[in-house]
Design a protein around this ligand. Structure first.
Ligand code: UDP
Ligand code: MG
Length: 313
């Protein structure tokens, strides 16, 4: 199969028929063998009925229906598991992404031998204040943390090699940072393509202002897990030890000076509390690192390495 098109959706019944028809047109014009996997992420409108009726007309359309709303990441993850095509395209269901981009994206993955080709909504049709500006900041931060040169991490329209989607797990709200997850797994041939972005025709956006809070926290997670996820002690242990030693030094200094120079009581000096605080914090950090190590020793993922090829085995 040439292509799998994975579409996560939540309450998008108005868009689906038009979107499916448009994708079918593009597939037919290019003579691709394909499947469209629509994942209904707990819609409360008629989305699932629409998917069933679309399938009755076209066998290439497949559907997965969640019991409740689990989020875009979960939907993508299930779609990735089910996908059979050589190239996997993800796109939003709201028709903000144009199916006309698909052939070019596929070509870049195959001919350029890229692991991921990510869309870049260079000209965006969204609210400037609530989306475009914050998104610029996010992307800059994600770029500098991950060292992946992308302008638009969260673009819904992306193309992947089959191997990539089969080896990554999208969880939580990590759909914003799929290229980062891929890079952790060792897929670093990532590039971008400017894609056409269109205003939302039907329905409303499914992410409110919480997208910024969650996006920020996830970015921190990405950064921390990527750097110290498999060796938490190197982070907590270092800062814990430094903090403890600092506190201890100050404490010794206070003790010595109490007996030999300055006869005022130790607890009368602000520095005393500072030293105690530093020692307690140091111990806490050290413990956090130690517990982190114990957890990661027990994690089922601890020896999840991706083997590229083997000979003689
Ligand atoms: N979506 C989803 N589950 C959710 C939220 C969103 O499957 O919990 C889908 C949504 O239906 C759409 C895509 O994710 O197909 C992108 O959502 P939206 O267009 O609302 O995001 P925006 O374009 O505003 O960033
Ligand atoms: Mg949208």
């Amino acid at each position: 199969m040439d292509l799998s098109i994975v579409i996560p959706l939540l309450n998008e019944d108005e868009s689906l028929p038009e979107l499916a028809a448009w994708i079918e047109r593009v597939m037919l014009a290019n003579n691709y063998s394909y499947e469209i996997i629509m994942i209904d992420d707990g819609s409360t409108d008629h989305s699932w009925k629409v998917i069933e009726s679309l399938r009755s007309k076209n066998e290439c359309i497949k559907g997965i229906k969640f019991q409740r709303n689990y989020g875009k990441s979960a939907a993508l993850n299930e779609g990735f598991k089910a996908a059979q095509g050589d190239v996997i395209i993800t796109m939003d269901a709201d028709m903000q992404d144009s199916p006309d981009e698909i052939p070019e994206l596929r070509k870049m993955v195959l001919e350029g031998n890229f692991d991921i080709v990510s869309g870049w909504k260079k000209k965006r049709y969204d609210n400037t204040l609530t989306k475009n500006i914050p998104s610029k900041l996010f992307n800059a931060a994600a770029r500098s943390m991950s060292k992946i040169k992308l302008h638009d991490f969260n673009c819904g329209l992306k193309a992947y090699k089959k191997k990539v989607v089969k080896s990554i797990e999208v969880y939580g709200e990590m759909h914003r940072y799929v290229p980062v997850l891929a890079k952790w797994s060792g897929f670093s041939k990532i590039t971008e393509k400017v894609v056409e972005h269109r205003p939302r025709k039907y329905g409303v956006t499914k992410f409110g202002w919480t997208r910024f809070v969650n996006g920020f926290l996830d970015l921190m997670t990405i950064f921390f897990v990527g750097k110290f996820g498999k060796r938490p002690m190197h982070f907590f242990g270092l800062w814990g030890t430094l903090s403890f030693l600092f506190g201890l030094t100050v404490f010794i200094y206070l003790t010595v000076s109490k007996f030999f120079f300055d006869k005022t009581g130790m607890t009368q000096r602000p520095l005393f509390f500072f030293a105690i605080l530093a020692m307690i914090m140091g111990t806490q950090l050290f413990l956090a690192g130690f517990i982190g190590e114990l957890i990661s020793r027990n994690s089922a993922e601890r020896n999840n390495y991706l083997i590229e090829t083997k000979v003689g085995l």
